[in-house]
Write a protein that binds this ligand. Structure first.
Ligand code: GLU
Length: 447
C-alpha cells in the first residue's frame, strides 16, 4: 500500500473537544503509523459562524496535543474551485435548481410520512420548465441546488463498519448550494479530497449517509472515492450524548485543569477499541498500537474518571523538569525537585500539589482531637534536636512509640493531622524536612 494521506476537517465554529480530537487523533495515528500525511483542512465555508479566533484556538490545541499537520488550508480560499465543480455538475445535468421553501419541504415530508412513505424529496423541481423557473424568480424566489443521486446502491468496504450499502433512492437529493449561494460542506469536501489526493476519509459515523452521496459526487467529478472509515460516536459515562457538556471538555479547559496531552490522547486512542485503556508516553507508541480492526461498533464511553486515572499514572513518574513551570505557577517555593518527588505520587493533576505546597511552605490549620492533645504536646518535647533530616521522622516516632506505648495509626495519624491538617498525603518522613523545624515546632505548639 502507498502511504496514506488523511485530513482532519474541523469547522471553526467552536472549540475542539474530546469528540473531535478523537477523530483528529485516529486520522493522525493511522497516517503517521505508516509514514503518511496528515492534513488540517479548515471547513470555514460558513463565513457567518466561522471565526479566526476559533481557527487559531484549534491550531493551538492541536499543537499542544502534538498532532502536527503536514499541510493546512482554508476552504474559504477555494470558492472558485467549488464554483467550477458546481458548473461541471450542472453541465452534466447532475445539479438542479429547486425553489421550495423550508415550510413547503416540511409539508411534503409530513404528507409522505402520513402516507407511510419515507420523507424523501420528490424531485418536483426536475419537472420545472424554463418558464416556470423564470416565473418563480420573478416572484423573488432564489434557487437552492440539489445533486441528483443515481437511485442505485452505493457500496464500500468501511474500515470500521465493514461492507456498507446505501440505497440512494431512499435518500433525498442533497442540497449542495443554499439559496444565498453558500456551500454546504458536501461538495467542497469532495473537491478538496480529490485535490489533496486524500486516500482515506476517517470521520464519525454521523457521516455515513453523506458518504453515499459523496461517493457519487467523487465519481461524477472524475475522481475515485477514497477508502472510508466511520467511527462510532463518543457518549458520556451513562451512555448519553454529551454535547451539552462538551464545553467543560474543550482542550483549553482540560489544559487549565492540569490534564496532560498524553492522558487525553491515550484515553481517546483506546476508547471503544479492543485494547485496554492504558497510558502510553509517546505518540509513536500510540501509533504502533493503532489498527482500524481494533475499533468496535458500539459507541465509545468517555468517562472523566478514566482521564484522571491516566493523568495520575503519568504524573507519578513525571520528572521535575516536565512540571517545573506549572509548579512555579502554583507556588514559587514549591518549584523544587525534592518537593515534587515527595508529592507526585499523591497527585492526579499538578494542581493537587497546591495543598501540599501549603503544608510544606505555607500555613495550614493543625487538627488535634481532644484525646490526642497530651500526646501531641509530648511529641513536641521529644522532637529530636537540630535540623530536620530524612532520618528525623523515624527517630522521632520510634522514641514516641517507646515513651507512649502508641503504635500504628494511633501513633502516626495524630502527628499527620497536627502537622498537615489532613488525614492523607505524602510520606511524612519526606514531608517533615520540607516543613522544617520552625513550622513543625509551631504547629505542635499551636495544636
Ligand atoms: N467539517 C465536517 C465536520 O466537522 C467535516 C466532515 C468530514 O470529515 O468530512 O463534520
Amino acid at each position: 500500500m502507498t502511504s496514506p494521506t488523511v485530513r482532519f476537517a474541523p469547522s471553526p465554529t467552536g472549540k475542539l473537544h474530546v469528540g473531535n480530537v478523537r477523530t483528529a487523533l485516529i486520522n493522525w495515528l493511522f497516517a503517521k503509523g505508516q509514514g503518511g500525511r496528515f492534513i488540517l483542512r479548515v471547513d470555514d465555508t460558513d463565513t457567518e459562524r466561522s471565526t479566526k479566533e476559533n481557527e487559531d484556538q484549534i491550531k493551538a490545541d492541536l499543537k499542544w496535543l502534538g498532532l502536527d499537520w503536514d499541510d493546512t488550508f482554508n476552504q474559504s480560499d477555494k470558492f472558485a474551485q467549488y464554483d467550477a465543480a458546481a458548473d461541471k455538475l450542472r453541465d452534466m445535468g447532475l445539479l438542479y435548481a429547486a425553489y421550495e421553501t423550508a415550510d413547503e419541504l416540511d409539508r411534503k415530508r409530513k404528507i409522505a410520512l402520513s402516507r407511510g412513505r419515507p420523507p424523501v424529496y420528490d424531485r418536483a423541481a426536475l419537472n420545472l420548465t424554463d418558464e416556470d423557473k423564470a416565473k418563480l424568480e420573478a416572484e423573488g424566489r432564489k434557487p437552492h441546488w440539489r445533486f441528483k443521486l443515481s437511485g442505485d446502491r452505493v457500496e464500500w468496504n468501511d474500515l470500521v463498519r465493514g461492507q456498507q450499502s446505501i440505497d440512494t433512492s431512499s435518500v433525498s437529493d442533497p442540497v449542495l448550494i443554499r439559496e444565498d449561494g453558500s456551500y454546504l460542506y458536501t461538495l467542497p469536501s469532495v473537491v478538496d479530497d480529490i485535490d489533496a489526493k486524500i486516500t482515506h476519509v476517517v470521520r464519525g459515523e454521523d457521516h455515513v449517509t453523506n458518504s453515499g452521496a459523496q461517493i457519487e459526487i467523487f465519481k461524477a467529478l472524475g475522481g475515485t472515492a477514497p477508502d472510508m472509515a466511520h467511527t462510532p460516536l463518543l457518549v458520556d459515562a451513562e451512555g448519553g450524548a454529551f454535547s451539552k457538556r462538551l464545553g467543560s471538555l474543550s482542550m483549553d479547559t482540560l489544559e487549565a485543569r492540569g490534564i496532560l496531552p498524553m492522558a487525553i490522547l491515550s484515553l481517546l486512542a483506546k476508547l471503544g477499541t479492543s485494547d485496554n485503556i492504558d497510558v502510553r508516553e509517546t505518540h509513536e507508541a500510540l501509533a504502533a498500537d493503532f489498527d482500524f480492526s481494533k475499533i468496535g461498533r458500539a459507541p465509545a464511553k468517555f468517562d472523566e474518571k478514566d482521564l484522571l486515572a491516566l493523568n495520575a499514572t503519568l504524573l507519578h513518574s513525571m520528572p521535575f523538569a516536565a512540571v517545573e513551570e506549572q509548579l512555579k505557577a502554583i507556588s514559587p517555593e514549591a518549584a523544587n525537585e525534592t518537593f515534587w518527588l515527595a508529592v507526585r505520587e499523591n497527585c492526579q493533576t499538578v494542581h493537587d500539589a497546591k495543598p501540599f505546597a501549603d503544608i510544606a511552605y505555607g500555613r495550614i490549620e493543625p487538627v488535634v482531637d481532644d484525646e490526642d492533645a497530651d500526646f501531641i504536646s509530648q511529641a513536641g518535647d521529644l522532637l529530636p534536636d537540630g535540623e530536620i533530616t530524612a532520618e528525623t521522622w523515624k527517630t522521632w516516632t520510634s522514641s514516641l512509640k517507646e515513651q507512649t506505648g502508641r503504635k500504628g495509626r494511633g501513633l502516626f495519624m495524630p502527628l499527620r493531622k497536627a502537622l498537615t491538617g489532613q488525614e492523607h498525603g505524602p510520606d511524612m518522613g519526606v514531608l517533615l524536612p520540607l516543613i522544617g523545624r520552625e513550622a513543625v515546632v509551631r504547629r505542635l505548639a499551636n495544636a
